[in-house]
Ligand binder design. Sequence first.
Ligand code: NDP
Length: 244
Amino acid sequence: MKRKWIFVTGGSRGIGAQIVRSASRSFDVVFTYKSSVDEARLLAEQLNSEPGRQVEAVHCDVSDVSQVNDIAQSLIHRFGAPYAVINNAGVAEDRLFSNLDEQVLNAIFSQNVFSAFSVSRAFIGAMMGESDTCIINISSVSGVKGNIGQTAYSASKAALIGMTRSLALEMARFNMRVNSIAPGYIETDMTRHLKDNGSGLKKSIPLRRLGSTAEVASLVDYLMSEGAAYITGQTLVIDGGLSC
Ligand code: NDP
């Protein structure tokens, strides 16, 4: 039987790259990259050299609606509707509220929120014609609880949670499940700048460590599995207890 395929945004690095690695064991995967051209090419090459894996990297700035629509149309034409869309691409820029300006706000919302809307909208018509599909939005624990310097980032990630709930209600009759994952501190380029001399960051996390990209990817695998067939509209927090 032909394998189902999934679409992952921001698969060139960090959490997205691990989602691609893990999910490509069960699904054909198309992932997007923007700046990390070499990383994306290498990841696709490495995975395609393993038997049974089919992975394709496509250049796409997910904040550009026309690029997103063109790529979605071409992929639907080639492969039909995807089984899953994973809205993972995102950016973080920490600034105190007093230092926020329109430019930063627009950049964060267009890359973290509007991109998830345009990517989902580009595929959803085709997905509604299938009997079993899902959308997974990578939110953040910052969308569940506040964090100093993250008013814009927190608001953007909370917006994804709101979108998840309402879209889940709209899409349930098509047996499309829509869920979010809210990671805490995960070891990627995004958190590399956070200094920890042993007394700060890790002590604030009940499990005393940052999470791994593999731990987030396994939650994505679970949400795409039959075991999660009755889960929709939810936000699964994976944060080592940070938000307790
Ligand atoms: P990284 O900074 O390591 O990677 C970000 C990824 O997003 C890259 O693949 C990048 O592509 C892609 N990307 C960013 N902007 C765009 C864009 N406009 N168009 C296409 N691709 C884009 O981030 P993480 O892996 O850490 O984070 C992934 C997601 O998880 C984000 O949504 C983030 O907010 C969320 N998250 C991360 C946490 C963490 O602790 N790391 C915690 C909570 C949530 P390229 O390099 O090719 O430009």
